[in-house]
Design a protein around this ligand. Structure first.
Ligand SMILES: Cc1cc2nc3c(=O)[nH]c(=O)nc-3n(C[C@H](O)[C@H](O)[C@H](O)COP(=O)(O)O)c2cc1C
Length: 209
């Protein structure tokens, strides 16, 4: 299927969607599989490409149980760090938590294994799945669906979710993505730092002449 959205629009308007998810419209297995197939075209560090796993969760009872494990650490994190994000983002995040169990599909991105250590090992380990996660988000958006990366349950509740879903001990959960069709197509580029303010030339800290 050829998307009608031009590439720069896709890249600049794919947002983290929390409020504008259609909780009532089913997500077809085929569209999800297509987006995951596209995601697997993303770059990964050598052999780590074969470590990526997706776990698709549609069952309502399972989604509700996962949502319970997400809410507790999420609300604790929001109480602690909520002041660091905008009021709009905080409200949007709270909304997603409130309706989480009603989002039709969860996709859990995972990696077989654990990063061998910090630094370069962690870099290639997580860096080998995040490009695929972002490609998944782009592929969803171009088909009228959306999601948000969430990692709340990884703070103390990864093992609970692993037990619930039968995930082996040597698998690292990376992100839980609640997926739904979008209720609007009206997404815009977000406020971001100017390129000038975050880019140096020839030497660290040096602006362009
Ligand atoms: C590694 C990573 C973890 C994130 N974790 C969360 C999360 O737990 N909850 C959430 O609502 N958004 C999460 N996000 C999404 C960011 O909050 C979001 O990208 C940011 O608000 C900017 O909004 P935008 O994606 O619409 O541009 C995460 C994003 C990344 C890259």
């Amino acid at each position: 299927m050829m998307s009608l959205m031009d590439v720069d629009t896709l890249l600049t308007t794919t947002r983290s969607v929390r409020r504008k998810l259609d909780l009532d419209r089913p997500v077809e297995p085929e569209v999800l599989a297509e987006c995951l197939r596209i995601a697997l075209q993303a770059p990964a560090a050598g052999a780590l490409l074969s470590s990526i796993r997706w776990l698709v969760i549609r069952d309502q009872a399972t989604r509700s149980a996962v949502a319970e494990h997400v809410r507790e650490p999420a609300r604790a994190a929001q109480a602690q760090f909520g002041h660091l994000v905008s009021q709009a983002t905080l409200a949007s995040s709270r909304h997603l938590l409130d309706v989480l169990d009603r989002v039709p599909v969860f996709v859990l991105a995972a990696m077989i294994g654990r990063p061998a250590g910090p630094g370069a090992d962690a870099n290639v380990f997580y860096g080998s799945v995040y490009p695929a996660i972002w490609s998944f988000q782009l592929a969803l958006r171009s088909r009228g669906l959306g999601t948000t990366i969430t990692g709340y349950h990884l703070d103390g509740h990864e093992a609970d979710v692993a037990a619930l879903l039968g995930i082996p001990d040597d698998v690292t959960q990376v992100a839980l993505l609640p997926v739904a069709y979008l209720t609007t197509t009206d997404f815009r580029p977000a406020a971001r730092p100017s390129v000038q303010s975050v880019t140096y030339y020839e030497r660290w800290g040096r602006a362009q002449d």
